[in-house]
Design a protein around this ligand. Structure first.
Ligand code: NAD
Length: 491
């Protein structure tokens, strides 16, 4: 049976009855169908969420009771982690070991926000009038539309739903039309836990009309979007209609900076892990490798050899280290970028194409490294979102910082050096929101995630991510009510 929407506490097909097939990127076989919703389906979810928020009981449910449901959901996810991992691997392509990590992280995300729901959130303020107690409370924003991409189908759902629900909002999730699979089981578990109808819903379908309807609707109070910048701009414009609260988590072209004192073995592993984890379909990928010249001489020949050894294959095969890209169209886009890099005069150190063997049926692209790049090249400036690394060489700390910041993006970045003071100097001058010193990629539910510049607006995860799903209300209580004596003719 085609995967169904979850609206007002029930699994339902699209009003039109239409469906859309989805595929396994390792061989492009069709593995199922999901409801192809219209604006009408989105509207039904919005009306149910509006009622659930305005009439309750979810926003009024005590934090402890909300937390209990999210803890239970986390336990259920954990108990089916292996199944979730296999689903994301089949539908997204990523190797099983990565999908397993995502499943564990998803349970952790629900658990973290379940815990946070019951922690103190308000403040009191010392104000100029001794008769006034001035305090703040945090309240849910309302109906939240949550639009997610295909690269972390399950985990992105958790990043949106967990803080939203913990704070008492009524959430409507719109998964990517390319990766609907794991969300269907997540909502089976949500149904099993038993949230009030309309408190948490899901609508499958295309960005336009489903996502765009959520972004435009005057009945939606907040829109949380993760995806590409072009779509992000449309969402922001649509959301301006009723001044929705927005958060946008967009793309990146992040620098992985390595000074010459870095242990070459460590440098090699993290250069590769930074870009080839998740086939490079990771917003925070270290897609630009900035090497201090003496390290480049030693590292690059080893990098070429090591890339040839990466086991590229179907994610469901346990020894696969890198899987296929999400779709034929995306594979073509990545190969076109590689072509553009060659035309612009960059030199291929390794990779550069698809595969002619059994992998030809899937969307595989070889781990690819470009050297002899120039800062103005497309492959250095634009987010490719695939396994393509652009190497840039620098001679001084100042030059490293200049090259690193020479981008419209500002999502992530790393610096590798044994000089602790230099690491701090460089990382502090990096115009990016998520940074690492002597490592790449570790991401924690407990710590804020968000980009500078064109990489987005707002922050997810951590306490910041919870606050982003709340409004702040100021409450002033007078301890000694008296006539203000303002209008002389009264009394
Ligand atoms: P995308 O922008 O094409 O789609 C993202 C989501 O938006 C999908 O659910 C899609 O259906 C929906 N959408 C499309 N058009 C819409 C519209 N007009 N109105 C509302 N919603 C619409 O992105 P993608 O190709 O799925 O994902 C890749 C992009 O996501 C990359 O740029 C990547 O960097 C970014 N990303 C960012 C983060 C982060 O945390 N910053 C994380 C993951 C992915």
């Amino acid at each position: 049976m085609p995967l169904q929407n979850y609206i007002n506490g029930k699994f339902v097909p699209a009003v039109s009855g239409e469906t859309r097939p989805f595929h396994n990127p390792a061989d492009n076989s069709t593995i199922g169908e999901a409801a192809e919703s219209s604006a009408e389906d989105a509207q039904r979810a919005i009306l149910a969420a509006r009622k659930a928020f305005d009439e309750g009981p979810w926003p009024q449910t005590p934090a402890g009771a909300r937390a209990e449901k999210l803890f239970k959901l986390a336990d259920l996810i954990e108990s089916r982690a292996e199944e979730f991992a296999a689903m994301d691997t089949r539908n997204n392509g990523k190797p099983l070991r990565e999908a397993r990590f995502d499943a564990a992280d998803t349970a952790g995300c629900f658990r973290y926000y379940a815990g946070l729901a019951t922690k103190p959130h308000g403040q009191t303020f010392e104000v100029g009038d001794p008769n006034i107690v001035c305090q703040t409370v945090r309240e849910p924003v309302g109906v939240c539309g949550q639009i997610i991409p295909w690269n972390y189908p399950l985990l992105m759902a958790a990043w949106k739903l967990a803080p939203g629900l913990a704070a008492g909002n009524c959430c409507i999730l719109k998964p990517s039309e390319l990766t609907p699979l794991s969300a269907s089981v997540l909502f089976e578990l949500i149904d099993e836990v038993g949230f009030p109808p309309g408190a948490v819903q899901m609508v499958y379908g295309a960005g336009d009309p489903v996502g765009s309807h959520l972004a435009e609707s005057p009945l939606v109070d907040k829109i949380a979007f993760t995806g590409g910048g072009t779509t992000g701009r449309k969402v922001m414009v649509a959301a301006a209609s009723n001044f929705k609260k927005i958060s946008l988590e967009l793309g990146g072209k992040s620098p992985n900076i390595m000074f010459a004192d870095t242990d070459p073995a460590l440098a090699l592993e993290f250069a590769m892990f930074g870009i080839f984890a998740g086939q490079g379909e990771v917003c925070s990928a270290g897609s630009r490798l900035l090497l201090e010249r003496p390290l480049a001489a030693e590292l690059l020949p080893r990098l070429a050899q090591a890339c040839e050894k990466i086991v590229v294959g179907p994610g469901l095969e346990e020894d696969s280290e890198m899987g296929p890209l999400i779709s034929r169209a995306h594979q073509k886009k990545v190969l076109d970028y590689i072509q553009a890099g060659c035309v612009e005069g960059a030199e291929l150190l390794c990779g550069g194409g698809a595969y002619n063997d059994r992998r030809a049926a899937g969307n595989f692209v070889q781990p690819t490294v470009f050297i002899n790049t120039r800062p103005e090249m497309q492959i250095v400036r634009e987010e490719i979102f695939g396994p393509v690394l652009a190497v840039q060489i620098f001679d001084t700390e100042e030059e490293a910082i200049r090259l690193a910041n020479d981008t419209e993006y500002g999502l992530a970045g790393a610096v590798f050096t044994r000089d602790g003071a230099r690491a701090q100097r460089v990382i502090r001058r990096l115009r990016a929101g998520i940074t690492w010193i002597n490592t790449y990629h570790p991401t924690f539910n407990e710590a804020p995630w968000g980009g500078y510049k064109r990489s987005g607006i707002g922050i997810e995860l951590g306490t910041y991510g919870y606050e982003a799903y709340t409004e702040v209300k100021q409450i002033n209580t007078c301890l000694n009510p008296q006539s203000p004596g303002w209008f002389k003719g009264i009394g």
